[in-house]
Design a protein around this ligand. Structure first.
Ligand code: ADP
Ligand code: MG
Length: 730
């Protein structure tokens, strides 16, 4: 083993357990300690202000601007009590990460030359960071710098610990001087409003009284953690969070002994560390376990309102990064850090809930009146079928393309798994079965109590499906681990609102005439029939990983889009413009399309540059040294035994093999450089196409040659930590 690697291996073996200090605090007690939450507001705000802000949080009443100063003062006092010196509007530009710009809680009174504590309503409500350097996809030029952040009361302010102090973070939206949305949050909030309106229309028919409806989201975050000192020796992991080369280890995940296996002490300390920090920030982390690949794990908080769940996910990813760092580990959120092993997703469990706490996708919750479930189900299927390409686009990225379709990741074909019972129910309606299926025998009674309790264990799991019904929610499994899930959730809300609207346009007049619940059920069934029929192709209960499904999907008219760049065109399709009418303008969609392409290109470009550099400055010199040593050894041997008939054929063969591999790796890398150079000057769309096809393919090909070299070259010479060290030495 190479000296540098050897030292690192020894150091890794001696690593501290983690950074847990002393007794584990009671999690429920510390929950939300760093959040300006309802409890704090109730304590610190006058009654009328408290009431107004609570209604504003639910989106039911605008915030009375006259209260802004009072709220800001309370927020400042609370933050300063905790030792905060600065505040920031915390927002989500199109980079995919969160952004912040800190200001101190001070003001300078020029006349009296005094520095005073200050944070007013004006500062709370609106900020104006220079926005020129964020991606805008052509919405703004660099000289049009004005961007505004606006406080989003639906997500509570929180204190972020960094350096030695705290910063008050105020979750915000981000828009341009022209009022265009420059973030992922504005469209998400708008889509939630649309769902609210559409579902309330529905519940009006079925007779369930609600105040408002919102979508809920529970995110299962998968990730890898590895020893930091190894990460530091791998420029690809350091810069990209993925390996661009690396020969397969002798043992990967084939023994299936990591999934749900006992968690190593050091990892457990790391988990507890970030969970503790998360609880203080009001993130209800609940589940943790080992995942399928070695060094891969998962964390899942309890579900929340979608917008809050996403804010919390962004915070959680950052907390995990910090906790890993503190434990001398390194967090990898990339969708595919290691070739040949499972990648990481962010399974997005999505449902619709009323303000009264009713889960509308749980048919067992109001057994006696759950017609809404059936209508929602059909609306979801119909919406997803019509916009399946857009759904694929919404989870698209270069890193997710690495993952989709391989090693237990859903394929790049969007389909929906419902389970036998729901399949039978919909088939029955489509065929026009007059008889309602009997309750009990795995069937449904279509009396006003439309569907009997659908116990979770009645729906089997289909882990191969990208979008699966799991008894009381849908699990969207194609979302990538590093992704901000706002866009897929926006699309989901939007397609449901749109197709529900269409169904209701037809159903409402008929329902108004229905004189009994039986009649209502009958007109509902009649209305739903064509929608069920039209969306039939999107339903698939079989093995999504199989070859047959690829063919069948094609026959059904479902597109398999392995390349996200192809899918992104759905963002600027006429059907999307119509779908997003009240969410984003065509210009704003165009901007997101361009940002997605640029991001894709940049990711592959960095990847290709890294690969070229690693080869030229690392793998190649090492391989040549090895080649030289072997050649010299053969020459010396031949000299020693000159004319004595000793056979060196096999050693010569090995040397030839090594030399040929070096040659072909050089050719591959040269070709990669040339396809990259050719692609660089093309217009945006063609460039993205070239990067996503030729450059990407050539990266893979070159990588393959280099990986073969790694497997041949003297281990004492190879400087980069190998897969076996990265994966197994935590
Ligand atoms: P699994 O068995 O697939 O892991 P869980 O019941 O543990 O499913 O849930 C996984 C995630 O789904 C958790 O974050 C959980 O809180 C979330 N979840 C549960 N119910 C809902 C719901 N009604 N809406 C959204 N997410 C939900
Ligand atoms: Mg799950």
């Amino acid at each position: 083993m190479n000296n540098q690697r050897l030292e690192t291996v020894c150091r890794a073996g001696k690593a501290e357990k983690g950074s847990i200090k002393g007794v584990i605090p009671a999690s429920t007690e510390s929950f939300g300690k760093l959040v300006f939450n309802r409890k704090v507001m109730e304590r610190m705000l006058p009654k009328d202000v408290f009431k107004n802000i609570q209604l504003a949080i639910l989106g039911k009443e605008p915030l009375d601007l006259a209260h802004a100063d009072t709220i800001a003062l309370a927020m400042k006092e609370w933050a300063m009590e905790h030792g905060a010196s600065h505040y920031t509007h915390w927002f989500q530009p199109l980079t995919g990460a969160s952004a912040e710009k800190h200001d101190a809680f001070i003001n300078w009174l020029t006349l009296s030359d005094q520095l005073i504590d200050h944070f007013g309503g004006k500062e709370l409500i609106q900020g104006e960071p220079d926005a020129s350097s964020f991606p805008s996809g052509g919405l703004r030029s660099t000289y049009e710098a004005r961007g505004y952040t606006g406080w989003d009361p639906s997500s509570p302010p929180f204190l972020w610990k960094g350096g030695d102090g705290y910063t008050l973070c105020i979750p915000s939206v981000f828009f341009s001087w022209h009022g265009q949305a420059l973030d992922w949050k504005i469209p998400l909030l708008r889509s939630d409003q649309l769902v609210n309106l559409a579902v309330k229309r529905l519940l009006n028919i079925t007779g369930i009284k609600v105040d408002h409806v919102f979508s809920t989201l529970g995110l299962e975050q998968e990730y890898f953690v590895i020893e930091r000192s190894f990460r530091n020796l791998r420029p690809d992991l350091l810069i990209l969070g993925k390996t661009v080369i690396g020969a397969p280890p002798p043992k990967g995940q084939e023994m299936q002994d990591h999934y749900f296996g006992s968690v190593k002490d050091r990892i457990l300390s790391f988990m507890r560390d970030f969970e503790e920090r998360a609880l203080e920030l009001g993130i209800p982390v609940k589940t943790r376990h080992n995942e399928v690949a070695p060094a891969q794990h998962e964390v899942a908080p309890i579900y929340e309102r979608t917008t809050l769940a996403i804010d919390h996910n962004l915070i959680l990813m950052e907390l995990m990064r910090q906790a890993a760092h503190d434990g001398d580990l390194s967090l990898l959120l990339h969708e595919k850090p290691f070739a040949g092993l499972n990648g990481s997703g962010k399974h997005s469990n999505w449902s619709l809930q009323t303000s009264e706490g009713l889960n509308l996708l749980d048919p067992s919750e109001v057994e006696e009146n759950n017609l809404h479930f059936l209508i929602l189900l059909v609306a979801i299927l119909h919406g997803i079928h019509r916009h399946h390409k857009l759904l694929r686009a919404s989870i698209g990225s270069a890193s997710n393309d690495d993952r989709l379709g391989g090693h237990e990741a859903p394929p790049a074909i969007i389909s929906v798994y419902l389970g036998q019972e729901l399949e039978a129910l919909l088939d029955g309606i489509e065929k026009g079965d007059v008889e309602s299926p009997k309750k009990g025998a795995q069937t449904y009674d279509l009396g006003l109590n439309v569907i009997p309790p659908l116990k979770k264990d009645q729906t089997d799991r289909n882990r191969t499906s990208p979008f699966a019904f799991t008894g009381n929610k849908f699990e969207y499994r194609a979302v990538g681990s590093s992704q901000n899930p706002s866009l897929p959730m926006t699309v989901l809300n939007a397609v449901v609102a749109e197709s529900l609207g269409e169904i209701l346009d037809q159903l409402e007049p008929k329902a108004a005439k229905a004189k009994s619940s039986d009649e209502l059920i009958n007109v509902t069934k009649e209305t739903l029939k064509p929608f069920i029929k039209a969306s039939h192709p999107i339903r698939f209960s079989g093995d999504n990983y199989s070859q047959e499904w690829q063919q069948e999907a094609k026959n059904r008219g479902l597109e398999q889009i392995a390349n996200s760049v192809e899918a992104f065109s759905a963002l600027i399709d006429e059907s999307t413009f119509a779908l997003f009418e009240k969410i984003l303008t065509p210009d704003e969609l165009q901007s997101r399309y361009e940002v997605a392409l640029e991001h894709y290109i940049n990711q592959i470009d960095v990847e290709s540059k890294l690969l070229i550099e690693l080869f030229k400055t690392n793998a190649l010199p090492v391989a040549i040294r090895c080649q030289k040593e072997r050649a010299e050894s053969i020459l010396a041997y031949q000299k020693l035994y000159m004319g004595k008939g000793r056979d060196l054929t096999h050693q010569l063969d090995k040397l030839t093999q090594l030399s040929e591999l070096i040659e072909s790796a050089i050719l591959d890398i040269d070709f990669l450089e040339s396809v990259r150079n050719q692609a660089l000057n093309l217009p945006l769309h063609e460039r993205a196409m070239q990067f996503s096809t030729r450059v990407r393919t050539q990266c893979l090909k070159s990588r393959h040659s280099i990986d073969q070299l790694e497997a041949l070259v003297d281990d004492a010479l190879w400087t980069l930590p190998k897969y076996r060290e990265l994966l197994w030495l935590v």
